[in-house]
Structures are given as structure tokens and as C-alpha cells.
Design a protein around this ligand. Structure first.
Ligand code: NAD
Length: 484
């Protein structure tokens, strides 16, 4: 399965260009050059996709779960058989190391299909018995045509995290991947065709957010929107979808605290903290970008973090020794650099990194940045309040648990938090009081797909994962039967 130069939409089971015939450039961020083109879809393409999904819905929604199971498993198998090609495509689109795509992105995309293929075989509903009077049972029915819109940082991983449960529960989908990283979604279209997924069950429309994405959100026929992306985009989507009474799942930005107590296992914490700071160039919504360290170990931590950060290898995404590849786009690199300038204006000291990497051919024009550690900023400054979503962490000392909590909870976001301590009582106290959807203790990014996934505050509305997402993609209907 090879990536193509001109990508196509996947509508009604076929690969087709945009109705307008227009294309957008797709840039490989490691070389800073256009390497393929994607359909510049608009409302007309979205209408066709919705019509195909509506046509497919009556049959798909009543297909036996074991048939859906088999089809989703087949898609997973095809992804697995083409793992290397998918990983290379993910790397070419996003700049991430192929090794990361091989170990994280693509295996997880397969797991998403397998997990929800099997989940649907075990999905049940409730009954409520009113003794001597009546019995209520709940039907869990698919919603209809749903929209799945995903970002660029974990392209196939997050796209399939939505699509797989939506399809498993019997919905038909109009999906849109990020215009910055469309290739693996295009390859997924081919995998669906090869797997024999019936026409119209899944439709993938490529293009810009404010055009193709907005058309999906606006369409009255689309009854639910599952969106992952930035908080400001989430706000726009909510404003459009709420008056239409659409079901909404919004997985938005984060500014996650990493709280380190002096009694932690220092070595384990350092390994975990380096990962949570700079994995995928800090471009994971769950990265811990604000690091708070108990004062007795602050100096030791700072010196060790700077040393290890300087040791990270930034470079050729195809090399197996590369830790960090390129940032996703020129615009994003400029945004990250602008926050580093802001950090200095706000009184911070950049202890290491933050400068572009001079790369040999063919990467001279690529978007490579050295990971940065910043010290000396107050909690309420913009650098500590706004999501940078790049290889930048800020560090600060704290003296008490209360102070650490106040700092950790002191932003508009509430996606995830990490706590490093050997004191289990303290871990539990912190977990209870942290304002976030996910708390990791002595680990980071340990993921069990059965668990609820999502944020509080401005990090989102609703939960993905496990039973939560199966509930999101179904409507509960109560049936009450009175005894005779
Ligand atoms: P983005 O909001 O710019 O775009 C996300 C998707 O929405 C893209 O496909 C885009 O084309 C589309 N879009 C943009 N405007 C739209 C509109 N008006 N209507 C419909 N669709 C529209 O986000 P991004 O820059 O691609 O991704 C980075 C953001 O995603 C970060 O804020 C990050 O924290 C967040 N994120 C969150 C999670 C999570 O699970 N909470 C996971 C990954 C990324």
C-alpha cells in the first residue's frame, strides 16, 4: 500500500477528487517541501459524503455485531500488514520519527479497531425492575450519521480512536483528518476498500477546517460530532452544533502539570519526565509542559533535566537513533519560537534549547528545533497559561502540597496531570484534588483503552474510550413495560 501524490476523498466506497477539482499542498515538514496534494473539499463534497452515509445507514445500523466485528478486525489486519508503509507515511506528513510511528501511532490505530471490534460483542444495556409493577429496559441504538474530526499530532491514532467506536456501534461516519497530516487517513480509505467495508459506511473528506470541517459540523443530517483539536476550534464547533442539539464530544487542549515530590524514585521520574516533556516534540495533548518540583530536589532535578534534554537527538526522522524529528509545520515552529521569545520577555531564563537545528541535506529547510527548558516564570504569565504544544517545558520549585495543587490547578485547562511520589496517601490526596480528567501516578501515558479519556474545564466536554464512547455513539431509549 503506497502513498500517492494526489490524494482522493473516500465517498460512497470510491476514491474521488473534490467536486471543485482543487487541491491543497501537503508539505513534508522534515524537508520543508510540498510532496503531495490533497482534495480541497467543500460543502458539495461533504453533502455527497453525507448522502452516501445516509444511504448506507439502514443496513449498517442493523448489521449483526459479529459482522461489524469481522470487518473492523480485517481493517486492523490490513493496517498491520502494511505497518511500515503507514509508519513512513505518518512520519513524512508529521515530521515524527518513523520509529515512533512504528511503536506508537500505527500499532495504536490497529488496537483501536481491534478493541472496538471486540467491545461491540460485549456491549450491553441496563434494565430497571420496579418490583411488582413494571420492568424498564434500555435500548442502545446508533445515532445515525456522525462526524469525526481529528488533529495532526497523532493522525491515524486519533482518527481511528473515533471512527472505530462510531462504526462498531452501527453509525455511518463522515470523517475529516487534519489537512496537515492526511496521508494515513487516505491509506485507511484503501484499507477499508480492501477489507470490503460496505460503500458509504465510512466516508473520508479531506480539506480545510473552516471549509470541509465546518460543513460537516453545520450539516443538519450529522447528528453527533466527535472532535479532537484546539480549544478555540472546539469553541467554534460548540457554537455551531449546540443550537442544532447535536451530541458533542470535544477533546481539546491541555497545559498539563507534572508534580514531582522529593520522595519519588528519582531515576524513574527522570526517565518519565523526559518522555512526558518531549515525546513527539511535545506535540501530545497529554505532555506535561509545566513541571513543579519540591524544593529539596529542585536544583538536582533542574541540572539533570537540562543535561538529559541537551542529550536528545534531533534530526532525520528515518534514523533509528533520532529522538525528536521535525515540528509539524513552519507556522507551528514560528508559534513555538514566539512563545520562547515571550518567555524571556516575561522574565524567564531559557536554560537550554529553543534554537533551530542546522541540518544537512535534504533537511536544510525542515522545521527542527532544539527542545527547551525554561525557568523563573510566574504561574500566571502567558507562557505558563497558554498551550504551546511544542518541545518547551517550564520548571518551578514548590514547598507544600497545597502550593503544588494551586499551581497545578491554576490554568483554564484540565486534561491530565502527573504526580511522582512514593507516598501513596499523598498520591491519593493529590489525585482527588487535581482538576483534570486523567491523573498518572509514577508514570505517564500508560493507557488502558477501557478507561474514560478526556478533560475538564477548557480541555473538553465528554469522554472517549471504553464504555464511555460506546455510550456517546448510541442513544439510550427506555422501554417501560407494565405487568399485566
Ligand atoms: P485544530 O483545532 O486546528 O484542528 C483540528 C481539526 O479540526 C483539523 O482537522 C481541522 O481541519 C479541523 N477544524 C478546524 N477548524 C474547524 C471548524 N471551524 N470546523 C470544523 N473543523 C475544523 O487543532 P490542531 O492544530 O490540528 O491540533 C492541535 C490541538 O489539538 C492542540 O490544542 C491539542 O492539545 C489538541 N489535541 C487534543 C487532544 C485531546 O485528546 N484532548 C488530543 C490531541 C490533540
Amino acid at each position: 500500500m503506497s502513498p500517492d501524490k494526489y490524494l482522493k476523498n473516500y465517498i460512497n466506497g470510491a476514491l474521488v477528487p473534490a467536486e471543485s477539482g482543487n487541491y491543497l499542498d501537503n508539505v513534508n515538514p522534515a524537508i520543508g517541501q510540498v510532496y503531495s496534494h490533497i482534495p480541497d473539499s467543500d460543502e458539495e463534497d461533504v453533502k455527497k459524503a453525507i448522502a452516501a452515509a445516509q444511504k448506507a445507514y439502514p443496513e449498517w445500523s442493523t448489521t449483526e455485531p459479529r459482522v461489524r466485528f469481522r470487518l473492523l478486525m480485517r481493517i486492523a489486519d490490513i493496517i498491520e500488514q502494511n505497518m511500515q508503509a503507514f509508519a513512513e507515511a505518518e512520519s513524512a506528513d508529521s515530521g515524527k520519527p518513523v520509529s515512533m510511528a512504528m511503536s506508537v501511532d500505527i500499532p495504536r490505530a490497529q488496537s483501536n479497531f481491534r478493541f472496538f471490534a471486540t467491545s461491540i460483542l460485549h456491549f450491553g444495556a441496563e434494565s430497571h425492575h420496579m418490583a411488582g409493577e413494571a420492568i424498564n429496559y434500555t435500548l442502545r441504538q446508533p445515532i445515525g450519521v456522525v462526524g469525526c474530526i481529528s488533529p495532526w499530532n497523532l493522525p491515524l491514532y486519533l482518527f481511528t480512536w473515533k471512527i472505530a467506536p462510531a462504526l462498531a456501534t452501527g453509525n455511518c461516519v463522515v470523517g475529516k483528518p487534519s489537512e496537515l497530516t492526511p496521508m494515513t487517513a487516505y491509506m485507511l480509505s484503501k484499507a477499508c476498500i480492501e477489507a470490503g467495508l460496505p460503500a458509504g459506511v465510512l466516508n473520508i473528506v479531506h480539506g480545510l477546517g473552516h471549509k470541509a470541517g465546518q460543513a460537516i459540523v453545520e450539516a443538519p443530517e450529522v447528528k453527533a460530532i466527535s472532535f479532537t483539536g484546539g480549544t478555540s476550534t472546539g469553541k467554534k464547533i460548540a457554537a455551531t452544533a449546540a443550537p442544532e442539539f447535536k451530541k458533542l464530544s470535544l477533546e481539546l487542549g491541555g497545559k498539563n502539570p507534572n508534580i514531582i515530590f522529593a520522595d519519588c524514585d528519582f531515576d524513574e521520574m527522570m526517565v518519565g519526565t523526559l518522555r512526558s516533556s518531549f515525546s513527539n516534540n511535545g506535540q501530545i495533548c497529554l505532555c506535561g509542559s509545566r513541571i513543579y518540583v519540591e524544593r529539596p530536589i529542585y536544583d538536582r532535578f533542574r541540572d539533570e533535566l537540562v543535561k538529559r534534554t541537551q542529550f536528545l537527538k534531533v534530526g532525520d526522522p528515518s534514523s533509528s537513533v533520532t529522538d525528536l524529528g521535525a515540528l509539524v509545520s513552519k507556522g507551528h515552529m514560528e508559534k513555538v519560537q514566539s512563545y520562547l521569545s515571550l518567555a524571556e520577555v516575561e522574565g524567564g531564563t531559557i536554560l537550554c534549547g529553543g534554537t533551530p537545528v542546522e541540518m544537512p541535506a535534504p533537511f536544510e529547510e525542515g522545521y527542527f528545533l532544539r527542545p527547551a527548558v525554561v525557568e523563573g516564570l510566574p504561574i500566571d504569565c502567558r507562557t505558563n497559561q497558554e498551550e504551546i504544544f511544542g518541545p518547551v517545558v517550564t520548571i518551578a520549585p514548590f514547598d507544600t502540597e497545597e502550593e503544588a495543587l494551586a499551581m497545578a490547578n491554576g490554568t483554564q485547562f484540565g486534561l491530565s496531570a502527573t504526580v511522582w511520589t512514593k507516598d501513596i496517601s499523598r498520591a491519593n490526596r493529590m489525585a482527588e484534588k487535581l482538576q483534570s480528567g486523567i491523573v498518572w501516578v509514577n508514570c505517564w501515558m500508560v493507557r488502558d483503552l477501557r478507561t474514560p479519556f478526556g478533560g475538564v474545564k477548557n480541555s473538553g466536554v465528554g469522554r472517549e474510550g471504553g464504555q464511555e464512547v460506546l455510550r456517546f455513539f448510541t442513544e439510550p431509549k427506555n422501554v417501560c413495560i407494565k405487568y399485566g
